[in-house]
Design a protein around this ligand. Structure first.
Ligand SMILES: C[S@@+](CC[C@H](N)C(=O)[O-])C[C@H]1O[C@@H](n2cnc3c(N)ncnc32)[C@H](O)[C@@H]1O
Length: 246
C-alpha cells in the first residue's frame, strides 16, 4: 500500500486501514508522519483528522501531510476532537500505558465514540485488563508480522463484551485472567500466524527461565515458570482448536 509520495505504507499501518469501514470519519491520534490519514485521503475517505501533542511532531506532521486534505490539530489525546465528528479513532504506535492514559483523560468522550482501533507497541496484556475492568469491549483482535516483529491490534467498542463461552470450553483449566491478557480473539483464531506467535512467546519465556538463577531470584523464577506452564497449556488447547477446524 502506498502513502505519502512514493512511500510504502508499512504493513503495520496498512492493516489498520483495511479494518476501517469505507466512508468512516477517522481521527488518527498521534499521527506523526501522517501516513495513515494520507492513505485514507487517497482512498476517498472523508477529510481525516490527524493530531499531535508536541510542537516538534506537530510541525513534522504538517510538513508530511502538506497538499493533502487532512485536518491537523494540536493537543493531547482525545482533547482536540469531539465524539460527534468521528466514527473511528485510531491510536497506534504507542505503548499500552500511553493508550490507557489517553482513554482515561477523556473518559466521557470514550463512551461516545463508536469504534477505536488500538495498536499498542507493548503492554497489550495490561491494556486488555484495563479495557475489561472499564467495561470496554474488544470486538475483534488480530496480529500482523512485519520484519520479524509481531504487532497486536484491538478493535474496541464502548460496550461490555463478556468472555465467550467458547473460550472457556476451548481452554478449560487455564486461569481466565491469563487468557484475557493474551486476548480472547487471538486465542480463538486458528490462523498459522497465531500458532507461530504463541510458540514465539513460549520460547521467549523459556529462554528467560534458563538464564534465571533459581536460588537468587526464586520469586521471579516461580512467576516465569508458571507463565511457561500456562503457555504450554494454551498451545496444547490451541493446537486442538486448529485441528478441529481443519
Ligand atoms: C511512534 S509515533 C506513532 C505514529 C503513528 N501513530 C504510527 O503508528 O506510526 C507516536 C506518536 O504519538 C504522539 N503522541 C504520544 N502521546 C500523545 C498524546 N497524548 N496525544 C497525541 N499524540 C501523542 C507522539 O508525539 C508521536 O508522534
Amino acid at each position: 500500500m502506498n502513502s505519502g509520495d512514493g512511500i510504502m505504507l508499512p504493513k503495520r499501518l496498512a492493516s489498520i486501514v483495511s479494518q476501517i469501514p469505507g466512508g468512516s470519519r477517522v481521527a488518527d491520534i498521534g499521527s506523526d508522519h501522517g501516513y495513515l490519514p494520507i492513505e485514507l485521503v487517497k482512498r476517498g475517505f472523508p477529510r481525516p483528522i490527524a493530531t499531535e501533542h508536541a510542537p516538534g511532531p506537530y510541525q513534522q506532521c504538517a510538513e508530511s501531510i502538506a497538499g493533502y486534505d487532512i485536518d491537523l490539530r494540536f493537543g493531547s489525546g482525545l482533547a482536540p476532537i469531539s465524539p460527534a465528528e468521528v466514527d473511528v479513532v485510531v491510536i497506534a504506535g504507542m505503548s499500552g500505558q500511553t493508550i490507557q492514559e489517553i482513554l482515561v483523560q477523556s473518559w466521557d468522550k470514550v463512551k461516545q465514540i463508536g469504534m477505536f482501533i488500538l495498536q499498542p507497541m507493548l503492554g497489550a496484556e495490561e491494556l486488555r485488563l484495563f479495557l475489561l475492568e472499564r467495561e470496554i469491549g474488544i470486538s475483534h483482535e488480530w496480529l500482523v508480522k512485519e520484519r520479524g516483529k509481531y504487532y497486536q491490534y484491538l478493535n474496541v467498542i464502548p460496550e461490555k463484551i463478556s468472555v465467550p463461552d467458547q473460550l472457556k470450553r476451548a481452554y478449560p483449566n487455564i486461569e481466565e485472567g491469563f487468557l484475557i491478557k493474551i486476548g480472547c480473539g487471538l486465542l480463538l483464531d486458528t490462523s498459522e500466524l497465531n500458532q507461530e506467535y504463541f510458540q514465539f512467546q513460549l520460547k521467549k519465556l523459556e529462554k528467560v527461565l534458563k538464564r534465571l538463577d533459581r536460588d537468587k531470584h526464586s520469586q521471579r523464577y516461580k512467576e516465569i515458570e508458571m507463565q511457561v506452564f500456562n503457555w504450554r497449556q494454551v498451545i496444547q488447547c490451541h493446537t486442538k482448536l486448529v485441528n478441529a477446524h481443519r
